[in-house]
Design a protein around this ligand. Structure first.
Ligand SMILES: [Zn+2]
Length: 242
């Protein structure tokens, strides 16, 4: 009886080792466009009558276009599509992962690492429930299972380690949050206005004044003082008239 139990335990542990290995995601499979696809029933199925629906349809189209471009070995085109998808729906972390893949295709590992980090950060936020409503949308949009944070971190760490990159030290790329964009636009307009008002406009005005002084006067090019035509030097700064 004891022998039988021992044999059973042995068989069980052997099969666990084998099954465990076959279930574990290989590096090649993990770092590939092929494991990402959107749930076709959901993506693109929203009636195009609301802003959110329109955005989700646009997102899905850009993401899937990127996948096919990436698989067809056009990393630059793919990245353009993915970045578009990312702007529409920044919380969808899989986009960060596939953007990293496009950089890897071009052997740009340090930029790829930044996007892997962004992916991991968002994945962590997702599991901690920070995305709330978006969380369930992410689940329904994603065909297949969502990566576990721990195994993703381990795989990415090993993978980047081959290129001498420590994922723990990598920072996610800086992106300006969408809601700040109008403020930044306004800020630049103000800067341009101030430069124009305080420097550009007066310079043009002064040049005009020097060229076309009022009749019977000349304008000092140094201090822009208007002098009577009879004085040979500037009454303000003493510069000689040419
Ligand atoms: Zn002067």
């Amino acid at each position: 009886m004891i022998r039988f139990i021992a044999a059973l335990i042995t068989i069980c542990s052997i099969s666990t080792v084998f099954c465990g290995n076959s279930f574990a995601l290989s590096e090649e499979k993990f770092f590939s466009y092929k494991r990402f696809f959107l749930n076709q029933d959901i993506a693109g199925s929203f009636p195009d009558d609301g802003k959110v629906q329109k955005d989700l349809n646009k997102f899905a189209a850009a993401f899937m276009r990127g996948l096919s471009e990436g698989s067809a070995n056009h990393p630059e085109k793919a990245r353009k599509s993915f970045l578009q998808a990312r702007r529409i729906w920044p919380e969808y972390f899989c986009t960060d992962f596939v953007i990293a893949l496009t950089y890897e295709d071009e052997n740009k590992y340090s930029i790829a690492a930044k996007y892997y980090k962004s992916y991991l950060n968002k994945l962590k936020a997702f599991y901690s429930g920070k995305y709330r409503m978006f969380g369930s949308l992410i689940v329904s949009f994603t065909a297949g299972k969502i990566d576990s944070y721990e195994s993703s971190y381990a795989l990415i760490k090993t993978h980047l380690g081959r290129f001498g990159i420590d994922i723990g030290k990598v920072k996610a790329p800086f992106t300006i949050p969408e809601f700040l964009m109008p403020f930044i636009g306004i800020f630049f307009l103000i800067v341009i206005y101030v430069i124009n008002r305080s420097w550009l406009a007066p310079t043009i005005r002064n040049r005009r004044l020097i060229k076309n002084p009022p009749e019977g006067f000349w304008v000092c090019p140094k201090c822009i003082t208007i002098n009577p035509i009879l004085s040979t030097e500037c009454t303000h700064c003493g510069k000689k008239r040419k």
